[in-house]
Design a protein around this ligand. Structure first.
Ligand code: GTP
Ligand code: SPV
Ligand code: MN
Length: 604
């Protein structure tokens, strides 16, 4: 029985049933009863079935499940991701493009009868609290129970989303089929002008949880440009100060560059003693909209965390680990067969002897890792409900979102970029966002550790022309005027001559947040340099880590090397000219002016 009388939904669903030809259709109402039945079904599949999920130790990890994806299906596939707008220029140089008519014609035969012998699940969901005016509704059709269970954690899933939608046609139509999980025929396709997403031949998170990158960033960034708001690859956190006031900060770092960790950080001893607290509003995506008071407000459209497992431990990210202790799904981690729990590199220093490696091979984990082989896939993930997070913000469900004081960009840069600096103004901040580059990680397929441009940490996620996207940033700044958040850049990953990180990172990143917030409140001076405002020596609090971060190291962390920055600016000019402008990116003149200004500053 259908869960809605919305004629637009019913018409689309009928079309998709006619196309995919499932044996059975199930509307997902979000009830516990239905979720339990689906869990029972997917865990009772025979071993070796690629869709199978496993119960983990239900005493130690109540409600937790485990799943392995195909070995060729472990990360986002950027080369198979498309933005299909009627005009090619509207997709711009950072996206793969195909004419929508051509793409529909190419994919329709692939979906034809793809669900024969299978069940189609129809998932209504809300991005953002159901009651928030900022929220948006999506409906995902899928043939995967794994997707249903993940969507239940990541979104507000169920009938309430249809009630909120009413008879409106304003919902995103998401179609997913795992099909044969054939990498040669894998497509992740956004049709922004049709509010439509088609994904086929994958069963990995970012390619199939269509609420996430496909909707909440690619489609939503396009909607935001047209409707006067922004969808960004940003965490949202609140820093509560000793006087009780909370300041909110958004930060955009590329995939697997530290958003979840920063969002959930536990401040160092000294800060805790003085009464500082950090609250998590979001760890991956922010929807930003001007509020009635003229300030910029941020809302996390998601309801859970799809976090990187490796490196997560009690010390590095206690709150993330705690979030995974019940009702979570683990994907492509390793198993500790002694007690049917999970393990990954960096959880602790004791790989289980009786282990199952992420591909399903049973092994002696100690010997396996001693040979340099990984037990968990580097992009293995946990899906965890936000309500599990010990430091979840009291504003998490706020319909209005939270007012943002600072926006922070960052990435993995072994050299050049200092620990932190502040932009001269919003336009310069937009330039800094456009200049984000980072060493690639396992979150997407392809080589790891290669420096690439990743503007605003959004390269794989901007649903339209990157030049227009930069213009939209400038327009938003003009609208916000002097109420606009201050813009900063950070780099936790600067290395010394021996290739070691110079900054301890993780909880100690609080020390940098502290400086950022003080700058927003005009409580601390800064040095004006060629590239922006830098902390004065002594202004980053190193109490308790003086041995690790000596004045000598701090000087290196904050250095602006003239030669390196001259190269950096030359590379940015080349990037703007060759990679963007020459390929149809409509770069705002204001950004070229910033480039000229910094170049002049460096030559002074
Ligand atoms: P996505 O979910 O892919 O968008 O990633 P993310 O940006 O949320 O990254 P996450 O916080 O999961 O961190 C990814 C990796 O970076 C993990 O292995 C962390 O241990 C490591 N990391 C995070 N913060 C720091 C830091 O401050 N310093 C260092 N050296 N490593 C860090
Ligand atoms: C990322 O890659 O930035 C992620 C994971 O957050 S995914 O959902 O695969 O996009
Ligand atoms: Mn991400």
């Amino acid at each position: 029985m259908s869960l809605t009388t919305n004629p637009n939904v019913l018409k689309w669903v009928d079309e998709m049933i006619a196309l995919c030809k499932p044996d059975k259709v199930v509307w997902i109402d979000g009830s516990q009863e239905q979720l339990d039945a689906l869990t029972a079904e997917v865990t009772s599949l025979p071993d070796g079935d690629p869709n199978k999920m496993y119960y983990l130790n239900q005493e130690k990890l109540p409600g937790c499940l485990y799943h392995r994806t195909a070995e060729n299906d472990v990360a986002r596939v950027e080369d198979r991701t498309f933005i299909c707008t009627r005009n090619k220029e509207d997709a711009g140089p950072t996206n793969n493009w195909m004419d929508p008519k051509e793409m529909y014609a190419k994919l329709t035969p692939m979906y034809d009868g793809v669900m024969k012998g299978q069940t189609m699940y129809i998932i209504p969901y809300s991005m953002g609290p159901v009651a928030s005016p900022i929220s948006k509704i999506g409906v995902e059709i899928t043939d995967s129970i794994y997707v249903v269970l993940n969507m239940n954690i990541m979104t507000r899933m169920g009938k309430a989303a249809f009630d909120r939608l009413g008879d409106s046609n304003d919902f995103v139509r998401c179609l997913h089929s795992k099909a044969d999980v054939d990498p040669e025929n894998r497509y992740i396709v956004q049709f922004p002008e049709d509010n439509t997403i088609w994904s086929i031949n994958s069963a990995y998170g970012g390619n199939v949880i269509l609420s996430k990158k496909c909707f909440a960033l690619r489609i939503a960034s396009f909607q935001g440009k047209n409707e006067g708001w922004m969808a960004e690859h940003m965490l949202i956190l609140g820093v509560q100060k000793p006087d009780g006031e909370t300041k909110y900060v958004c930060a955009a770092f590329p995939s697997a560059c530290g958003k979840t960790n920063l969002a959930m950080l536990i401040p160092p001893e000294g800060y805790l003693k003085n009464g500082y607290k950090v609250f998590t509003v979001g760890d991956d995506i922010a929807w930003l909209k001007p509020g009635e008071d003229g300030r910029l407000y941020a809302l996390n459209p998601e309801n859970g965390f799809f976090g990187v497992a490796p490196g997560t431990n009690e010390k590095s990210n206690y709150n993330a680990l705690a979030s995974t202790m019940k009702n979570a799904i683990f994907t492509n981690v390793a198993l500790n067969n002694a007690d049917n729990t999970v393990w990954w590199e960096g959880l602790d220093k004791n790989p289980p002897e009786d282990a199952t490696e992420w591909t399903g091979i049973k092994t002696n984990g100690k010997e396996w890792t001693a040979e340099g082989k990984k037990l968990a896939h580097p992009n293995s993930r946990f899906t965890a409900p936000a309500i599990n997070c010990p430091c979840i913000s009291p504003e998490f469900d706020s319909a209005a979102g939270v007012p943002i004081s600072a926006i922070v960009f960052g990435g993995r840069r072994a050299s050049t970029t200092p620990l932190v600096y502040q932009s001269f103004d919003w336009t310069h901040g937009t330039y800094i966002g456009s200049a984000v580059s980072s060493e690639t990680t396992a979150a997407a397929t392809g080589a790891v550790g290669v420096l690439r441009h990743d503007p605003m940490a959004m390269k794989p996620f901007i649903g339209y022309n990157v030049g227009d996207y930069w213009q939209h940033w400038l327009d938003m700044g003009a609208k916000l005027g002097d109420k606009a958040p201050k813009i900063f850049n950070v780099n936790w990953f600067k290395k010394d001559e021996n290739g070691n990180f110079m900054w301890p990172g993780f909880g100690d990143n609080m020390r940098v947040l502290d400086w950022i917030i003080k700058r927003c409140e005009n409580e601390v001076e800064a040095d004006e340099t060629a590239i922006g405002y830098l902390p004065k020596m002594g202004d980053i609090n190193v109490e308790g880590i003086e041995d690790e971060v000596t004045p000598e190291i701090m000087e290196k962390l904050l250095a602006v090397d003239k030669n390196l920055w001259t190269q950096e600016i030359a590379e940015m000019r080349r990037y703007y000219d060759e990679d963007i402008a020459a390929k149809g990116g409509r770069i705002p003149a204001e950004l070229y002016s910033v480039l000229d200004k910094i170049e002049n500053n460096l030559n002074k």
